[in-house]
Design a protein around this ligand. Sequence first.
Ligand code: PEP
Ligand code: MN
Length: 262
Amino acid sequence: SLEVFGPQKPLDLGRGMSIGGGKMAVMAGPCSVESREQLLETAKGVASSGASVLRGGAFKPRSNPYSFQGMGVQGIDLLKEAREETGLPIVTEVMSPEDVEWLAPQVDILQVGTRSMQNFPLLKALGKVRTPVLLKRGMSATVDEWLQAAEYILAGGNSRVILCERGIRSFDKSTRNTLDLSVIPLVKSMSHLPVIVDPSHATGRRDLVAPMCMAALAAGADGLIVEVHSRPEEALCDGPQSLDLPAFDHLMGRISRLMEAL
Ligand code: PEP
Ligand code: MN
């Protein structure tokens, strides 16, 4: 039997943080780190609204090779500065197996993007470190394939994996992807790993982000990862699905009232 199966338990994220087993975490921040001003302004905003983790991509998996590819190492340095400034742990995507070893000690959570879920050399490299991994579901991956991808990391010796549903491909292009909310209770009945939801990439539309956050939490999600930008209209990536700071603040109020009711 695979290690990924078993009853729910909280996952220790380090820095006094945990997720799952009744602990809910909201990760928030820009799709991409774009500049010092943009990141610090957004980070301070999401921190003061009550986010528990700062997100921001430095190595971006863009479908088009001519799109902004991220700030790279400079982006990682800015995330560390934002962590220093706000006290929030940071999550960022790692795309290459060669980057895992040097990046792992610098960040609090390493994200595996939807396009990399079955990059087996990457998963094996993540098994060798002890940094928690946020494993997004492949956009066309079955639940079994997703859990087996998590198993690669666990089998390597890293037990800290968080699963993230971010929408799957369907026939309907009226939303960017199709959010599969049923996998939250399903996967939680199968696996001890926490499950969070990314309503930003699931819908591609900022007006649908708050309702899907509420639905995900009502369905039992252990957390959320939400794209927030201090100036969404100027974003180099995923502006249309990014909340501005006042919208995120309003959402956090709704989330805390919902959590009290659940
Ligand atoms: C992201 O989080 O910015 C991202 C690229 O997500 P995904 O891999 O789900 O598309
Ligand atoms: Mn994005």
